[in-house]
Design a protein around this ligand. Structure first.
Ligand SMILES: CC(C)(COP(=O)(O)OP(=O)(O)OC[C@H]1O[C@@H](n2cnc3c(N)ncnc32)[C@H](O)[C@@H]1OP(=O)(O)O)[C@@H](O)C(=O)NCCC(=O)NCCS
Length: 201
């Protein structure tokens, strides 16, 4: 992953109005981040995020600023010694297909490398996008159960059709990803959602 604060010359127009910067988010970006997330969450393409969620995780975020406006963002959330998730990744529809999604993801991957996290995963519908960045598809069941705690807020829960993609910075053996499944901090969905999986009368 290459280091760059601004996008490559070919994607950066000369005018300040269109100047593109990818930078860590600050607290005052949060409302713009929420405005970007909300329409995607309504379409169940992304998980909804409250302002509280976003303020509490603002340090996970990189934003894409175009001419002073937030045009996209992505977050890297560390879950374990060797595991982090790319989440809340989106580019405003007016700016999609310009390489911004790829550039912000590369910045998040550089952050994962800096933190010496060995693996990064995402739950997504954007298989081709992540494959273009070197991710591979894995069985969702291999991911730590903890991550499903957020899924109860999704419109599609529990009928999730997202795929899991993983990028390994170093080789790992086949099998469960992240913390050992038997650890007590792993969330049990049947405790979180009483009655889950039981037949309705
Ligand atoms: C996914 C998303 C962030 C991609 O951002 P983007 O800025 O449009 O993507 P880029 O222009 O950086 O594209 C990077 C590469 O992925 C490919 N790509 C991007 N979106 C794609 C799509 N929907 N289907 C197929 N390929 C896609 C591009 O062709 C490009 O490939 P290349 O580098 O070989 O030319 C954006 O489409 C988006 O916001 N989608 C809605 C929200 C969402 O689904 N987020 C993902 C949650 S994990």
């Amino acid at each position: 992953m290459t280091e760059s604060n601004t996008l490559t010359q070919s994607t950066v127009p000369n005018s300040d109005v269109d100047r593109v910067v990818i930078r860590p988010a600050i607290a005052s970006d949060v409302r713009a981040i929420k405005d970007l997330v909300d329409p995607f969450a309504r379409d169940a393409v992304m998980l909804p995020k409250s302002l509280t969620d976003l303020y509490e995780s603002v340090r996970d975020f990189m934003v894409i600023e175009v001419g002073g406006e937030i045009a996209g963002m992505g977050a890297l959330h560390v879950l374990w010694e060797d595991l982090a998730e790319i989440r809340t990744l989106a580019v405003h529809p007016d700016h999609q297909g310009k390489g911004f999604g790829k550039q912000v993801t590369i910045k998040l991957m550089e952050e994962a490398e800096r933190l010496e996290v060995g693996r990064v995963f995402a739950l997504t519908y954007q298989e081709k996008f992540f494959k273009s960045l070197g991710f591979r598809v894995v069985d969702k069941q291999l991911l730590p159960k903890k991550i499903w705690g957020d899924c109860i807020h999704c419109k599609k829960f529990p009928m999730c059709d997202e795929i899991a993609v993983v990028y390994d910075f170093r080789p790992y053996p086949e099998g469960p990803i992240g913390p050992p499944p038997e650890l007590p901090q792993v969330i049990d969905l049947k405790v979180l959602v009483p009655g889950l999986g039981e037949k309705k009368e």
